[in-house]
Design a protein around this ligand. Structure first.
Ligand code: PMP
Length: 430
């Protein structure tokens, strides 16, 4: 149903009227056919998990305390789980106390609750450009004015952030939040350097800036390295979001927020209005997992697999991409951010790519301002290693063909990429 023929249009809240699904969403249905190598969904490779262990842990929860597992719980989440999540944070060097945490339904609910807590329509929220689709979805649903700050290989450009903060102040305004994913960013695949983290912390102090630090991938560094968190540097200015989606499994829908006490109290009230409480059953499964399984080893197993897949993708990109195509080199997690030459539009190209049996997410989905037409996100975490090379080869072949066409039409006079607004691409698997 097109929005302009929607008979309920007049009845929707203002924040809902402008929401529409991207036309690209339909293509993703085709992209999930088995013959297509899909680099689209940001999905963990759950086949790496020891399913017998998952089964045993789940059965044990029901056997030992089924009545509690199937009952309502508290709005902040179970204390036993919060204690264990503090340990998970500590494994990465992120400080936290049990009472500062709220268990959420994945990191996504955390982002939505934080947006609801802070964003009035028209409020400015700063975010990396590009940024996580689901983060944009949460911010857009509260009608934030998202302003992007570019990144480079060292993460968010702090110099550009400083310029933007000065511009906003000169207009007599103030940003509500900076939304940042400092580690192995989705979709750019880059991390903020230590030096820039310190500069960001200083800038936040100077400008009285509140930061939403979203950290699903910090433990997925291929070399097992960790970086100082913003929460560690400026705890009073950071609302931190974690999730077990990438370190255990997204099907558990378990994430958390660590926030200063007054913010935590507001967020608990908002969450109770949304869903009363997180599922005791899944919380207890996560607890059992963390108590009884070698979870640190499991994370290493994940990163070993992802490292191998990243190498496969990077090797194939070097082999198959035409000159003028550029990409980021991730040191962890799931993503490579691809830039194609002027004249090629990744949104327009997707249908042809799917015909070539390869899929990606066009870059525009990761911007609120219509940019990203020359970019695409390639996620290597899910396809089997053996198929990654095939997928990249097919994409390379297509880009060669497209570039020949562009040269035939425009010669050396290629027009720059157009800004074009697209609705959310949908958030199928991050
Ligand atoms: N933030 C980022 C940056 C993500 O990439 C994702 C998932 N892909 C999430 C948050 C949310 O994940 P979940 O709800 O599964 O915890």
């Amino acid at each position: 149903m097109r929005v302009d023929t929607d008979p309920y249009l007049e009845r929707y809240a203002a924040r809902v009227r402008g929401m529409r699904a991207s036309e690209i969403r339909a293509l993703f249905a085709v992209a999930s056919r088995p013959e297509v190598v899909s680099f689209a969904g940001g999905m963990p490779d759950t086949s790496v998990l020891d399913m017998e262990a998952v089964e045993a842990v789940t059965a044990q929860v029901i056997r030992e305390d089924g009545a509690t597992a199937l009952q309502y719980g508290g709005g902040q989440g179970r204390e036993q789980l919060r204690e264990l999540l503090v340990e998970v944070m500590r494994h990465e060097g992120v400080p936290g106390r049990t009472d500062e945490l709220i268990v959420t339904v994945g990191g996504q609910q955390a982002l939505e609750l934080i947006a609801k807590c802070f964003v009035d329509p028209g409020d400015i929220v700063l975010a990396e450009g590009p940024t996580y689709v689901g983060g944009l979805g949460a911010l857009n649903s509260h009608q934030a004015e998202v302003r992007h700050i570019d990144m480079d290989a060292d993460g968010l450009r702090i110099d550009l952030l400083e310029d933007e903060l000065a511009r906003i102040a000169a207009d007599g305004r103030r940003p509500k939040l900076l939304y940042t994913i400092p580690n192995h960013q989705n979709p750019a695949g880059v991390s903020l350097t230590v030096e820039r983290r310190h500069r960001l912390a200083e800038l936040a102090e100077q400008h009285d800036l509140l930061i939403l630090e979203d950290n699903p991938y910090g433990l997925l560094d291929f070399a097992g390295r960790t970086n100082p968190s913003l929460r560690e540097l400026i705890p009073d200015r950071v609302v931190y979001v974690g999730t077990v989606s990438k370190t255990i499994a997204p099907g558990l829908r378990t994430g958390w927020i660590a926030a200063p006490a007054p913010i935590r109290d507001k967020l608990v009230l908002l969450r109770e209005a949304a869903d009363l409480c997180p599922s005791n059953l899944t919380q207890m499964i996560v607890e059992r997992w963390l108590v009884s399984q070698p979870w640190r080893e499991q994370i290493k197993r994940f990163t070993t697999v992802y490292h191998e897949k990243a190498e496969a993708m990077l090797g194939s990109l070097s082999e198959h991409m035409p000159d003028g195509v550029d990409w980021t080199v991730p040191a962890g997690a799931f993503y490579v951010w691809l830039t194609v030459p002027a004249g090629i539009d990744t949104s327009d190209l997707l249908a042809k790519a799917v015909n070539h049996r390869v899929a990606y997410v066009p870059g525009r989905g990761f911007y609120a301002d219509g940019n990203g037409g020359q970019q695409a996100r390639l996620c290597f975490s899910y396809p089997e290693v053996a198929r990654i090379g095939d997928g990249v080869a097919r994409l390379g072949e297509l880009l060669h063909e497209e570039l020949d066409l562009v040269r035939a039409v425009f010669g050396d006079d290629v027009p720059p990429a157009r800004r074009r607004h697209e609705g959310p691409t949908g958030n199928r698997g991050g």
